[in-house]
Design a protein around this ligand. Structure first.
Ligand SMILES: [Zn+2]
Length: 139
């Protein structure tokens, strides 16, 4: 069974993000370090994505929804989402517990352009906890 990928808008993601069982996966390459990122997202660059798939699956243990994005979510985001779906079905990783694979519409650029919370830390796994009610800081 190959999971299908669906699209999600930035405002849908903002409300979903409060749930503990969702992971946001940023597959941009170098842009992450200069442009900032969605608070709380994980970074798995698209150019090494296939190699990192097993560690991605490990990192999102306990999450049932994964939201992929790149800068615009037109090429890299959907491609990596599809690769994960194929990986999960090929490897029979049904115990991974991932039920929903989604792609963020308009990607990071759309997210940032609409003034949603971004973070500029340098962590691969951003630990921002904006779901705990803190307001986005407009700096
Ligand atoms: Zn961060």
């Amino acid at each position: 069974m190959t999971r299908s990928t669906t699209y999600i808008t930035a405002s849908q993601l903002l409300s979903l993000k409060r749930r503990p069982n969702i992971a946001i996966v940023d597959v941009r390459d170098d842009e992450r370090s200069c442009d900032g990122h969605i608070a709380g997202s994980l970074h798995f660059a698209s150019d090494t994505f296939l190699d990192k798939l097993p560690s991605l699956v490990q990192s999102v243990k306990g999450k049932d929804t994964l939201v992929f994005h790149c800068a615009l979510s037109q090429v890299r985001g959907p491609k990596c989402a599809r690769r994960l779906a194929e990986y999960l079905s090929d490897e029979m990783q049904d115990d991974a517990g991932i039920k929903n694979i989604m792609v963020l519409e308009r990607g990071y650029n759309g997210w940032e352009a609409s003034g949603r919370p971004v973070c500029r830390c340098t962590d691969v796994f951003c630990k921002d906890n904006s779901e705990h009610g803190q307001q986005s800081n407009q700096s």
